[in-house]
Structures are given as C-alpha cells and as structure tokens.
Design a protein around this ligand. Structure first.
Ligand SMILES: Cc1cc2nc3c(=O)[nH]c(=O)nc-3n(C[C@H](O)[C@H](O)[C@H](O)COP(=O)(O)OP(=O)(O)OC[C@H]3O[C@@H](n4cnc5c(N)ncnc54)[C@H](O)[C@@H]3O)c2cc1C
Length: 479
C-alpha cells in the first residue's frame, strides 16, 4: 500500500506493528523481510515520489573541519533515498574489518562477518549481483580484490509495485518523523509532520530509524534533547565515531602487462592490503583503484619520470615497444580510524522549516590516515617492482606532506557511524542486534551502525545487515 500523506494513511485501516523511518535500501529491505515473516509495518518517508528542492532543503547543514560535500547534495530525501543516485559499486566488508586492530583504538565489531554471510544470497538478488570472485594475493602484502559494478538498483523503482500490492507494508510518503518520544525504557511514539504540518504522534510496538548515516544521529540527538535523554539513555557515543571513505588520486603506475589482472566491465582493478601488511605497517585498510590511461598518458608519465627518477624512466622506456601495455592512475580510498572527535551535533542556531535543529558535522582526517595511504602506495609499488611488472610514482602532494588536494572527489558519499554497534553503551549506541542499548523497542538500520568502515562501499553490507535485522525483528515482533 502506498499513501501520499499521513492523513490518507490514518483514514485507512492499515495496521502496523513496526514503524520504519525512511525508505532507502535499509528501510525497504527491513519492511520486505517483515512482510515475509507476516509482520505488518509502516514506512514513513519524509520525501515524495520525486526529488524536490523543498524536501532537499531539510537536509541542509554545516560542515566544520575538512572540506566536504554540502549536506543537501551528498544525499537524497525522497522515496528510495540515496539509492536514486548511487553508483552501484558493491563489495561486502572484509572478514578482518570486523575484527579489532590492536594498533588502532576502538576497532572491532561485536559481530563477525560470518553473522551476515547467511544473508548474502538475498543481498545478491536484491542488488542484482553476480557471485564475487575470491581475492587473489599478488604478494604477501597486496591482494587483488573485486568490487562489482552492479546495475545500481533504484529501490523505489524496483520495489514500488511489490510495496503497492503488499497488505503488510504501508509506505507513507511526505511524512517526516521529527522526533521519537520515550520513557527511558521504551519508545512511546513517533512525532509526525506531514506536508509541513504537525500531524500528532504515531504509536507502534517497535521503531526502526533508517534515515541514513547522518540523519539517524540527528533524529536520535533531537529526540534525546526533547525527552531529557529518555530515547537514548546511554548517549556517550551518540553522533560520534562518524566516518567516510576519503579518496584521492595518489599517483600513477606504469605496468608491463595489465592483462595479468582480471578486470571488470569498467576495465579497472582494485587492490587492498593483506591483514599481515596492515599489522606490520600499523595502518588501516585501503583500496587502490587502478584506472588505465590512454597510450598518450604512458609517454607523458615516462617524460615526467625522466626528470625526477631517471632509472625508473629508463626501465619504463625499455618496456615501450616490447610488452609495455599501459599507464594507470592510482586512486586511493581508505578506512578512517573511528574517532570520537569526528561527530554530528545539533546546530544551536539553525533549524529546518518545522523547527528541527540542522546538522553540524565535525570531521577531520587523521595522521594515521595519511600514513595509511603513503604506506599503502609504497606497498603496492614494492609489489609491482618485486614482480617486475610495473613501477609506481607517488603523487608529489603526498610525498611532500602537502595538504590534500581540494579539486578532487574528496570522499565516497558514504556516511557511516554515529550510532555505532558495540557490546557496551560507553563505546556505542546499538548492540549486536542493532537494538539501542537500554531501550526495549528501538532498533537502527543503515551504515550509522558501522563500528568501523573498512575500505569498500557500504550498501552491500547495509543491505545484509538490514536482512539480518528484518529477520530478527520478524521473530521478535511475530512472537
Ligand atoms: C553520489 C552517490 C554515490 C554512491 N555510490 C555508492 C556506491 O557505488 N556503492 C555503495 O555501496 N554506496 C554508494 N553510495 C551510498 C549509498 O547510496 C548509501 O549507502 C545508501 O543509499 C544508504 O541507504 P540507507 O537506506 O541507509 O539511507 P538512504 O538511502 O539515505 O535513505 C534514507 C531515507 O530516509 C528518508 N528520511 C530521512 N529522514 C527522515 C525522517 N526524519 N522521517 C522520514 N524519512 C526520513 C530519506 O528521505 C531517505 O529516503 C552512494 C551515495 C551517493 C550520494
């Protein structure tokens, strides 16, 4: 069932035991899992069927610290959420991303990758993915890994008819949940604004914010202000440990034979460190994306090299005309250390049209990250040199310790942390079942629960966690 506003939903006899907030990949997947378990749910979606300036305006906010995207540009506020413009790159977090890194504080999840693996077959159906190839070690330090460029499923488009026909899912558009009310043990209601008018409180048995990796923190922070801490009673970590995947052009490579790496339809190859290499160099996870440049680019790289590294240029020149295949650009994206000092808070001066404080995002890249990319590119270069299949030139800004370039992509639009998963409320907001510590009927969906970010795009893992949470809630609510 799809309703265009809260009024028409209230006028219907649709019942819901679970109140899901947000219709992106996380919210839609949880509702479908609940329907499969016979549990009726409602999805309140703040936006309408299409993009609109009026709806995006609610997402405006302020960034303090490193340069970042405008907060109303890095996400979409309408049916389907950010799946309406995601790029479709898919990979599940690595096994070792769930495990603690002894050399980085606050790493490690309370669950392991094995806990989400049972849901991967469903995730493949939802995101329309082929099977992943196993990682291929290139050396002891570097692995060739696969990111699948999927058809970038738009959840609204793919699941609209199914939701429309379902007697167990009520999707209510143009319905903004402005706060949750609670008594310190349970959530007692969701406060609704529909078409910018206060529409009262909706009561369900369970509540699941799935409003995205920035907005989940905002909703819970504001609910806590309004309820004197009765929505998230243990709020030490609320809004904190926020993470992205920064990404920059980190250098070039000249390769004697590109074809030794299996590439995908995009003709790109991805490389990551082995867990042993991360430990030995005391760095985080990273991904090097190798993009072939045209043959003219090869000559340019060799010419540049001749000035600064004549031996290298000689090696490269010797390959030309023999089996030299290409030059490649090396984009590097990486895992951020989870830091309490990267956080979301509520603006004290700026509110949206219906009075909810806007987000102030405090975000800075750390020294550990700088070391990660420098060491990462060195490891990659050493691997190519050992095998005599290529040479790497690290970008000047990185070698010279200059600031990050400001004319590049900056990051992946991956919003993680803020309501992170942890066994204790001191270090996290939700437990291993994605339930808020200390509150019986409040769960969280989406990448705000990520305890660490790994190096890969988040939506495959978000969808797996949503399948797991949907199944868990189906059991709890169905019982
Ligand atoms: C340009 C771009 C490219 C990307 N490319 C990739 C990629 O290649 N691979 C990848 O894995 N990921 C990618 N992502 C990230 C991906 O889109 C997100 O990880 C994913 O959409 C998150 O799903 P979600 O359901 O948690 O949140 P969202 O998709 O953000 O959905 C949240 C929903 O909640 C609604 N909402 C918000 N607040 C409220 C409220 N208070 N009340 C009611 N409803 C509310 C919103 O309108 C929205 O529909 C990309 C993102 C962007 C922006």
């Amino acid at each position: 069932m799809i309703f265009q506003d809260y009024e028409s939903f209230r006028a219907s006899d649709a019942a819901a035991r679970v109140c899901i907030i947000g219709s992106g990949p996380a919210g839609t997947t949880i509702a479908r899992k609940l329907a499969a378990a016979g549990v009726p749910s409602v999805i309140f979606e703040a936006g309408g069927e299409e993009w609109s300036e009026e709806s995006q305006d609610f997402y405006r906010g302020k960034v303090v610290g490193d340069p970042y995207f405008d907060l109303d540009v890095t996400r979409l506020r309408f049916f389907g959420g950010c799946s309406n413009h995601w790029a479709g790159w898919c990979r599940v977090l690595d096994k070792h991303d769930f495990e603690p890194k002894a050399w980085v504080p606050d790493t490690g999840w309370p669950i392991r990758r094995a806990d989400i693996e049972p849901y991967l077959a469903e995730v493949h159906d939802i995101l329309e993915l082929d099977a992943f190839r196993a990682d291929v070690p290139i050396s002891d330090d570097i692995r060739l890994v696969q990111l699948i460029k999927s058809p970038a499923v738009h959840f609204a488009e793919k699941f609209r008819d199914e939701i429309e026909r379902s007697p167990l899912i009520a999707l209510v558009l143009n319905t903004y949940v402005t706060e949750l009310t609670g008594d310190g043990r349970r959530i007692t209601g969701a406060r609704i604004s529909s078409r910018d008018r206060d529409a009262g409180t909706f009561v369900a048995d369970y509540y699941v914010p799935c409003t995205g990796g920035l907005e989940n923190s905002r909703l819970l922070l504001w609910s806590n202000v309004r309820s004197n801490g009765a929505v998230v009673p243990n709020a030490a970590a609320l809004g904190r440990y926020w993470m992205e995947h920064p990404q920059f052009l980190g250098g070039d490579a000249i390769l004697s034979d590109y074809s030794i790496f299996p590439t995908d339809s995009t003709n790109e190859a991805f490389f990551s460190p082995s867990p042993a290499a991360m430990e030995a160099r005391q760095i985080m996870n990273f991904g090097i994306r190798l993009i072939e440049t045209p043959y003219g680019g090869v000559k340019q790289v060799i010419a540049d090299l001749a000035c600064v590294a004549p031996d290298l240029a000689e090696w490269a020149s010797a390959q030309v005309g023999q089996h030299l295949r290409c030059a490649a650009q090396l984009y590097v994206g990486w895992e951020q250390a989870p830091l309490a000092s990267n956080f979301i808070r509520l603006s004290e001066t700026d509110r949206d049209r219906v009075g909810v404080p806007r987000i102030e995002l405090h975000w800075k890249k750390s020294g550990m990250e700088r070391r990660t990319i420098l060491e990462g590119l060195r490891l990659f270069g050493e691997t190519l040199a050992q095998k005599d299949i290529g040479r790497v030139r690290i970008a000047d800004w990185l070698l010279n310790g200059d600031d990050y370039p400001t004319d590049q992509e900056l990051a992946g639009h991956h919003h993680m942390g803020g309501t992170r998963m942890s066994d204790t409320p001191e270090k996290g907001v939700v437990d291993r079942n994605c339930k808020v510590h200390g509150i019986d009927n409040l769960y969280v969906g989406g990448s705000s629960v990520f305890a660490t970010s790994g190096q890969c795009n988040p939506t495959t893992t978000i969808t797996a966690l949503a399948c797991r949470l949907g199944e868990h809630l189906g059991r709890v609510a169905g019982a």
